[in-house]
Write a protein that binds this ligand. Sequence first.
Ligand code: HEM
Length: 485
Amino acid sequence: FLLLFSVVFLVIADYVKNRRPNSFPPGPWALPFVGNIFSVDFSKTHESLTKFAETYGDVYSLRMGQTWMVVLNGFNTLKEALLTQGHCVADRPILPLQDDVAPNQGIITTNGHMWKHQRRFALFTLKYFGVGKKSLESAIVDESMHFCKEIADLKGKEPFNPHIITNNAVANIICTLVFGHRFEYGDEKFMKLMGLTCSCSVLLTVFLTAQLYNSFPVLMRRVPGPHHTIRKIYSDFMDLIKVDISKHKEDWDPSEPRDYIDCYLSEIQKATFYEDNLIICALELFVAGSETTSTTLRWAFLYMAKYPEIQEKVQAEIDRVIGQSRQPSMMDRANLPYTDAVIHEILRMGNIVPLSLPHSTNNEMQLGNYTIPKGVVIIPNLTSVLFDKKEWETPYTFNPGHFLNEEGKFVKRAAFIPFSAGKRVCLGENLARMELFLFFTSFMQRFTFSMPSGVKPVLDYRFGVTLAPIQYKICAKLRQVSSSQ
Ligand code: HEM
């Protein structure tokens, strides 16, 4: 009887504590203690969350354990929340999984002054070292040559899995910015760095692990499981990067900073920043900046193999504007509207970060008829915007025409928000755009991508760090283009 009484008491207490407040967005009925955890298919969370909107509308709520979330859907809702009322949703929720090992450190999960200063500093440094400048452009083009050489060495015979080589090429651009140099792909330290970055992103972002830990931190701290390896990843990354920081200090000239670490050392000297934070910020730049861009390029290879007629049009445009005798440059973008439209369509259909990153309300907020109190987790469902039927002519078809006008000129689309929008908009957006353009045009200039004979391209995905294509093998045939072009 006592047991039954205790259970009934706990259920009633949970109900009273977690009732939907008045004027709170509606949502599915939540079970005691766990809320709606079992209503979501975590192997395709973005699809589950998009489907709920059909029943509950563009603004609805879910309860994950003891945490209320409001999911925002559709272009107009996201525009209102992230842009018009952006100041109300600029915070991130405190995530115990990250907070347990690196409290109030880094850019991605911090709030207030710490976030503002770290974000401003990172943006300034990215700009200083060349986003939009020739120096970084050369580094990207140079890296694409290393990538092309690796592929050319396969002599077009073997179908290959482009995953690791693409990750390496993209991560080397972050290495150039953070450490001031690239690595050979086989370098031991580089491989360790790649391994740590990958494990860290998996742990922090695989929705179920992160969600369970963040919803039930007291319990999960005691339950054995992969989430505990996060401490080891952080300390291994620290050991790795501390060696670099020491080397940087040895020949550091504050008047001539060479990279992100050098700039950070100046801030440490002024006592505004400290070293532990440098390490977390660097780790975050790797986590946020590698897998995202690399996943986009892997979608690019797959889409080109699936639509050879689109690939041919891209190559014909590149041959006409750039030819084969020189490398692509950012100046070419304005003259390559079709190629630019294809890259945008890859980002839209690839839907790389389908639910953005979670935000949280730092003030009470009025959204339509609903009132959302301070401290509620906000999920901007980017999927619902990138495939919004009201915004795109053929939302589920790969159609570069979404970004072209009748004369074939490139047109911007307001609902194109793969980098999110507002105060927390992706910090690496300009860098990512530059990388995607230069890598993609270099690859298209040199190779034709196709599936191995008898294999059809499968556009299925794996929901995880990013929405990535399932592992595949592809052929890259060196193009034979007459030198007059
Ligand atoms: C945040 C997408 C590349 C660094 C984000 C967010 C998205 C995103 C959706 C969340 C924005 C929000 O919370 O509203 C992408 C995509 C990329 C890409 C699709 C490539 C195709 C990069 C690169 C870097 C980077 C290259 C690094 C240099 C960051 C950082 C944040 C972020 C630091 C957190 C910003 C903050 O909290 O203030 N990104 N990203 N991203 N991204 Fe990216």
